[in-house]
Design a protein around this ligand. Structure first.
Ligand code: SF4
Length: 346
């Protein structure tokens, strides 16, 4: 088993079971995440028989970096997992820090029509350690500290709820990576039962909702999830979430030319979001060769932005990260498949 997949509490229980003091688990955690050792032997304040036990039962295996594309403010990674499946992570350099977009599943079953990642059906969930390692390995490779993590890579995080929450606990631990909960964003297409569970956890983690449409007819065309949980049900639960947590929610809105970017969509969106403590993030679409949608023009995006602003909706436009580096999630993997005719586990 991979040692990066344990919360500190779980590691303490393991130490307890083998008759060791619990604080030894904290020391191991510090070796892993503060000092970033690559072997158990380097943990010099842990006794030899405990090291032997750890070596026999756990490993520190890493992911393999299969491909890396470097752009101006963006570095994109294709990782190979131990079972040969592949996932992506994208590092984006902002004024406020380094943000890593991580994957949570191999493929995705949600089938959003504009999404490159969703072209590969879900093969499996990522284990918590496979999400943790995306952070550790990008930090090691680029010799930087990641200050923000967004779960917007391949996969629907709430379709892998338990491992995603475990990942949050591991990276948020003050004895570990110590990434502030407020610097972590989970983005979901709107799985209502999981949003309800999540709001009761009392974590300070940010929640983003992939909305992408201003009415049910349009959203159902773009996103299958809307057939299970429609916009009004979704917004009801979001109001509940905001009331309970006192936290602001982000709505993601991909701007698709002549699909969801008309003035009437902006007005409709402003209307349905009225009174919700939120902001809208308008995302210029990253065109891909496999999907027919086109990106909205800058003028259209600005007009959409202005209408939301005029209607007192907080709104931002996401900085575009070099389409030259296949920045839309799923693109690097799918381009790689074509280049190498790799056999996916589908
Ligand atoms: S947008 Fe997200 S939820 Fe939808 S198919 Fe893509 S990865 Fe899955």
């Amino acid at each position: 088993m991979n040692i990066y997949g344990f919360t500190r509490n779980e590691l303490e229980d393991i130490f307890d079971k083998i008759g060791e003091k619990k604080f030894k688990a904290t020391q191991v955690y510090e070796w892993l995440y503060k000092k970033r050792v690559n072997s158990f032997d380097e943990m010099t304040n842990i006794k030899k028989d405990v090291i032997d036990y750890l070596k026999q039962n756990y490993n520190l295996n890493k992911l393999e970096i299969l491909k890396k594309q470097v752009g101006n403010d963006v570095v994109k990674y294709l990782f190979k997992l131990e079972d040969n499946n592949k996932i992506e992570a994208v590092l984006m350099k902002h004024d406020y820090g380094n943000s890593l977009c991580v994957s949570s599943q191999v493929g995705c079953n949600m089938g959003c029509s504009f999404c490159e990642s969703g072209r590969l059906k879900k093969v499996r969930n990522l284990e918590a350690y496979e999400i943790v390692l995306q952070i550790l390995q990008v930090e090691e490779d680029l010799k930087i500290r990641i200050t923000h993590v967004v779960m917007m890579g391949i996969g629907e995080p709430f379709d892998n709820y338990d491992n995603v929450i475990k990942f949050v606990k591991i990276v948020n631990d003050p004895k570990g990576i110590e990434l502030g909960a407020r610097h972590i964003t989970i983005s979901t297409c709107g799985i209502i039962p999981k949003i309800k569970e999540f709001m009761n956890l009392d974590l300070q983690v940010n929640l983003a909702i992939s909305l992408h449409a201003s009415n049910n007819e349009l959203r159902s065309k773009l996103m299958n999830i809307n057939k299970a949980y429609n916009i009004s049900e979704l917004l009801d639960v979001i109001k509940e979430y905001v009331n309970k947590t006192n936290r602001r929610v982000t709505f993601e809105y991909i701007m698709l030319k002549d699909v969801n970017d008309k003035e009437e969509n902006a007005k409709e969106l402003a209307n349905i979001l009225k009174g919700i403590n939120c902001y809208v993030n308008l995302i210029p679409y990253n065109e891909t060769s496999h999907i027919e949608y086109k990106k909205s023009s800058k003028e259209t995006i600005m007009k959409f932005y202005d209408i939301l602003k005029k209607n007192n909706i907080n709104v931002t436009i996401r900085k575009e990260f070099g389409s030259k580096v296949s920045a839309a999630c799923g693109q690097l993997r799918s381009n790689y498949e074509e280049e190498t005719k790799w056999n996916m586990h589908v």
